[in-house]
Design a protein around this ligand. Sequence first.
Ligand SMILES: [Zn+2]
Length: 308
Amino acid sequence: MRSDYSVGGVAALMRDASKSTTYKPALLKALARIAHRDDSLNLPLARLGEEFVRLYWDQTVVYHLRQAAVLSKEATAVKLIRATALEHGVHKLGDLPPSEREHLVTKMAKLLTVNVLAAFHSSKPSTMSALYTWDTTETHITLSPESHAFLRNNALSLELIANYHWAAYLEGCNRLAPRIIQKVSREAAHRSSLARYMALLMRDGEAECFYCERRDGSEHGMQVDHVIPWSFLLEDPPWDLVLACRACNAQKSDWLPDYEYIEKLKRRNRTITLAPGYASPLVAEPDIDRFFNAAISLEWPGFWTPAP
Ligand SMILES: [Zn+2]
């Protein structure tokens, strides 16, 4: 049988796919990633399940992106992850106990057999061969040497196609979330150091916690905090940065603060002076409200206040 694979063929498959979930871009991404690293033509379903867990975890638990217009309609993969994170009080996938992670992977692998693997090729152009075969009695899918080579040689392009369709779908359900493309594409969140903002944020050489207002004669014990969480904005704009004591910073984590702190932030920004080299523009006050309301509308954990 002649195998006819092309990036254009996969792009057409994605374009014509029914888009009630993000399983197809997720599976394409998983296939490209695994083939890129692994020589085997038999891909265990557990391996795919593991990749699904990795792909959906940050989007769901860290970035709080919805994968459906209403939470109750979310795909089973997302519900499984949300429930696991909640049950174990875990924010980072790396903090999930190994046995629980394995459990989650097993459930995800089972889910693939329900309608994901069999449905993937339904919108495939008739001229293109299937990327894999799968027998419902088997616990692995099978690539041909040609499809494996195609996935490996075009892994980057295929991931870009998957990211595009995944992000386009998420834009529809997360209308006000910033940087959706980055949240879909990035492997892991990379935060840069905020140490350089410490001096900028100290008032007259004194450090005061933005939340509990505890004063400290030095920067010791103070940390730079994002009022609107970094994992929502994915950037470090000076208008969002304040000093927080270690206790407040640790407790707040990536919660949104109570709205009174948004008001306070706006007042603070009216007086902040940005030294040369900190050229990021301050945003207009309605924009800060817009970010706050957007996060609330995505059911971001919110209304945090410091312990008395
Ligand atoms: Zn504090």
